[in-house]
Design a protein around this ligand. Structure first.
Ligand code: NAD
Ligand code: ZN
Ligand code: ZN
Length: 369
């Protein structure tokens, strides 16, 4: 099969012919329809976050199940189903998974995120000469990918399979930030700092959960316009306005109940913390480019009883089916978020545009192109 392989950050992604993988126990083989291009991949492609190479990236995917591995009797999965695959693939058996905390699954971090393997300590991807190729999540920038059954949700037949690719990371992470990280309540006010692929979904899920004010904060006016169309009630361009002054003016001098941070830089942390009311919750979702720190004003955080609640993905087995339902019911507009489609051969170009801030919403690789 064809796959976009990363052998060296200096060379970038190169499409190669590699062996078509096969599912093992509790896994399915998916013929990829589309795969979203997420900012997290940029950290790996740029060599900022360490990952074994060669590797196949791509961690938000839709496709059709073409083979069901053994041990799937109770999963309800069968050949021909259309599914979305989540980047956070819980093993289903560790202590955290037993507590329902798929987002903390230990084997996912230890084996997949560090070594590019699945839970038997092996990858499913091999070059034609049998060289092992690491999998970042399921390694979906390819014609086929193997996904653990824990990490797929069946799509309605009526759903757009190409745009649906964003459900497994951008929408799932947005849902996790709102439902799990913030535990947002009806009528609360929120700010969303950085309204890219993830931020756009946070806005929509916050609206669905009944947020009263949704203040989008970004440095690009076109992204702020798009944020309004998705449900932002107010927008602030942090290059042109002082974030704290603007947010406090919009919230009658109080600040927001919840400030989401969706980029992972010191300046976006500062914006999110500056937007908070007394007793507010700051929910960072953005990943730093490697080991990175941000400043937190000690006395303001302590005296004003503010919380910082990191949020990674979501609880895949509980939350991915809800995200799919919200999308099928129009609560998450996953179709208009996808603004660019690239063939597999141009995945590298798509990531370049993403790194330059030139992708509004989300770009996807569409395998039919
Ligand atoms: N926690 C998780 O589970 C999880 C999952 C996926 C992605 N991420 C991380 O989330 C972050 C966002 O990913 P994405 O795919 O949405 O990225 P993206 O590239 O689509 O969006 C980034 C946005 O940030 C804006 N921006 C740039 N500089 C800014 C600034 N100084 N202030 C405000 N906005 C600014 C851009 O205009 C753009 O709208 C990345 O760090 C990614 O690694 C985390
Ligand atoms: Zn992602
Ligand atoms: Zn686990």
């Amino acid at each position: 099969m064809r796959a976009a392989v990363l052998r060296d950050p200096a060379l970038g992604l190169q499409v190669e012919e590699i062996k078509t993988p096969h599912p093992r126990d509790g896994e399915v083989l998916v013929k990829v329809t589309a795969c979203g291009l997420c900012h997290s991949d940029l950290h790996v492609i740029g060599g900022k976050i360490a990952f074994p190479m060669p590797a196949v990236l791509g961690h938000e995917v839709t496709g059709e199940i073409v083979e069901v591995g053994p041990g799937n009797q109770h999963t309800g999965l069968s050949v021909g189903q259309h599914v979305a695959g989540a980047f956070l693939m819980p093993c289903g058996q560790c202590d955290y998974c037993a507590q329902g905390r798929d987002d903390l699954c230990a084997p996912f971090f230890d084996l997949n995120r560090i070594k590019g393997q699945l839970y038997d300590g092996e990858t499913r991807l091999f070059a034609l000469d049998d060289e092992p190729i690491a999998m970042y999540s399921m390694g979906a920038l390819a014609e086929y990918c193997v996904i653990p059954a824990t990490s797929v949700a069946v799509l309605e037949d009526s759903m757009d399979m190409v745009s649906g690719a964003i459900l497994g990371c951008a929408a799932l992470t947005g849902y996790g930030a709102v439902r799990r990280g913030a535990d947002l309540r009806y009528g609360e006010s929120v700010a969303v700092v950085a309204t890219g692929g993830i931020g756009s979904n946070i806005i929509q899920v916050a609206k669905a959960f009944g947020a009263e004010k949704i203040i989008a904060i970004d440095v690009a006016d076109d992204k702020l316009e798009a944020a309004k169309a998705l449900g932002a009630t107010d927008v602030v361009n942090s290059l042109k306005q002082n974030v704290r002054e603007a947010v406090f003016e919009i919230t009658d001098g109080r600040g927001v109940d919840v400030a989401f941070e969706a980029l992972g830089r010191p300046e976006t942390w500062a914006s999110a913390l500056d937007a908070l009311r007394d007793g507010g919750r700051m929910v960072p979702i953005g990943l730093g480019a490697g080991v990175q720190t941000a400043a937190v004003e000690i006395n303001r955080t302590v005296r004003r009883s503010q919380s910082i609640l990191g949020s990674y993905g979501a609880r895949t087995r509980q939350d991915l089916p809800v995200v799919v339902k919200m999308a099928s019911e129009g609560k998450i507009d996953y179709q208009h978020i996808v603004t660019r489609r690239f063939p597999l051969e141009e995945a590298g170009k798509g990531y370049e545009l993403l790194a330059q801030g030139k992708i509004q919403g989300r770009a996807v690789v569409d395998m039919s192109l």
